[in-house]
Write a protein that binds this ligand. Structure first.
Ligand code: GRF
Length: 211
């Protein structure tokens, strides 16, 4: 059972996908707490509806990133969180945060990384004219959307796509990929290795049904 803490800043559709997958038995996890840096994040209501404890930790109330992160860590640890999911959390976490949850912070990003990190990934993909984009679930490191890749899914770009229409199709894949990846972690199938080149990579061992 994965003891999850989820950090959000907005809509919370990925959070909802995780809530639903836990409810249906597809994902062996428990969300111990949902934290938002914004009081108006719609995801907070989704969590409350599911009976999950929530709290608003507003970054504006802290003098720097590190003290904001210290407040997040304190709440996550007090709730018994072992793995942290960044699900549309629009703040960059500091090394202090990563040290508190080493190789246990997961992010979902709407592009095939390393292409199009940062904000507005779908608009970036359209601006570049790529034919294929998608989404990536990855471990968080000190770079922006730069940590070891756990899983990716491809989405074809349509000629008449707008950032919104493309985002909507990517989101369907995000929800599926995120749940699958978290379940693989819950099954202890995540392998993290640092290669001779000094790069840390992650992979998933095959599940019992696929061996
Ligand atoms: C998603 O596209 C996710 O990939 C990105 O932020 C968006 C969050 O959407 N990091 P939601 O709040 O989960 O609906």
């Amino acid at each position: 059972m994965l003891a999850l803490g989820v950090l959000i800043s907005g809509r919370g559709s990925n959070l909802q996908a995780v809530i639903d997958a836990i409810a249906s038995g597809e994902l062996d996890a428990e969300i111990r707490v949902v934290l938002s840096n914004r009081a108006d994040a719609a995801g907070l209501e989704r969590a409350e509806k599911a009976g999950i404890p929530t709290a608003v930790v507003d970054h504006k109330g802290y003098r720097d990133r590190q003290s904001f992160d210290a407040a997040l860590i304190e709440r996550l640890q007090a709730s018994g969180v072992e793995w942290v999911l960044l699900a549309g959390f629009m703040r960059i976490v500091t090394p202090l945060f990563l040290q508190a949850f080493p190789n246990r912070v997961v992010n979902i990003h709407p592009s095939l990384l390393p292409a199009f990190p940062g904000v507005d990934a779908q608009a970036q993909a359209l601006a570049h004219g790529v034919r294929i984009t998608g989404c990536t679930v990855h471990l968080v490191n000190e770079g922006v959307d730069a940590g070891p890749i756990l899983a990716q899914a491809a989405v074809a770009v349509a000629l008449d796509d707008t950032p919104d229409s493309l985002a909507a199709r990517i989101l369907v894949e995000e929800h599926r990929l995120l749940v699958e990846t978290l379940q693989a972690i819950a099954e202890n199938r995540l392998i993290v290795e640092t290669g001779d080149d000094g790069r840390t990579r992650a992979r998933m061992a095959q599940g019992p049904d696929k061996q």
